[in-house]
Design a protein around this ligand. Sequence first.
Ligand SMILES: Nc1ncnc2c1ncn2[C@@H]1O[C@H](COP(=O)(O)OP(=O)(O)OP(=O)(O)O)[C@@H](O)[C@H]1O
Ligand SMILES: [Mg+2]
Length: 396
Amino acid sequence: MGDFADYARKDFDKKKNVVASADKNDQKDVQFNVEDAKSFSAPEVAVPDTVVNTEVTAPVVSTGDTAVALGRGLDVGTANLVSSFQDASGNVNLKIQRNAFIDIDCDDYTRNMLTRLGVQYVVVNGRMVVVGDPAFELANIFNRNTRRPMKEGMISPDEADALPIEKMLLETLLEQPKTPGEICYYSVPAEPIDADMNVVYHQGVFGGLLKGLGYEPKPLVEGHAVVFSELAEDDFTGIGISCGGGMFNVCVSYKSIPALSFSTSRGGDWIDRNVASVLGISSSRACGLKEKGIDITNPNGREEEAVEIYYRNLIAYTLKNIKERFESSSSMPKFPDPISIVCAGGTSMIGGFTEVFKQEFEKINFPMDVKEIRLAEDPLYSVSKGCLVAALSESV
Ligand SMILES: Nc1ncnc2c1ncn2[C@@H]1O[C@H](COP(=O)(O)OP(=O)(O)OP(=O)(O)O)[C@@H](O)[C@H]1O
Ligand SMILES: [Mg+2]
């Protein structure tokens, strides 16, 4: 898993071809107009030869020496953006980048430092802007937080520069469509049950960005995407949960039709914020602590115990909401056979996640018979793969 993630990230980094590459000493800053993010596009991005075979067949267009199936998947996440497409031999190719950026004073010292580090940047309104994974790495060097275009699953109302940054990242992750109007399914949150947020604007913004790139954008509710990628063998019946950075997204599906979808505004960021506040540390440090490889069935010391407490609370909260919503709805289908619950998303990747999930599940009288609770095969890529499955099946 770790190797694959590194590969998908490095592939983006290595191959992207930005105008303001800092690894050339004689390079001049490019004055980058936020209205014209095109200059950041990556026309020659190649793809890794990874990873997953889907059962979906799709038409193949030949583009020079490579052939790819029509249709793209895009996971629009608070923490990560993940694009996917399928090549002619059925391999799914994925790229991932942190959905983050950082802007730095444009002085000689910083410019030289970025040059030494080989970090690529663009100049926006007189400030040097670095996006994606390198922004995250730089933030650690400067001991600063990255700026985030999204918050709690949606485009951030607090971030004036969110749109041009998202545009840059999408251009680099997706490239040009193979044919004009190629379908791109992108993930959107289901209606949140615990926050007064409107998905319509967020969905429209990303639809517009994709249209601007030449795609035909189609939204797909995030939990439903997990069902598409993980529950094919169960005839797309069961529960898909995407445990993300900004939210948890739940979809109860019967034969591929969503019977119940909702999101909650608690996810990995919520854990970080709470752990940070009880331990008196920064959210970034709390996040580092959480991601460093701890096991929440066996927390070691006060810090890890704090992480375990919030994880347990978040899982119990999610299960309680599924139960309550399922029971209070009059239109739920009857599930004749026991179903599977599949968890995806970065927040499900902590050690001991499924064990704690099973422990909390045992504590409530769940309204459906469940035969298994498991993790998605590749939790960080599951939503993008589900979007791709939808796109390929529609592009036939
Ligand atoms: N090994 C790990 N252990 C625990 N948490 C992790 C690990 N790796 C990543 N995370 C957490 O996963 C979250 C990001 O997951 P993901 O990429 O699925 O979110 P997202 O799709 O960007 O967000 P959302 O769907 O909520 O908008 C972050 O909170 C990150 O800290
Ligand atoms: Mg997500």
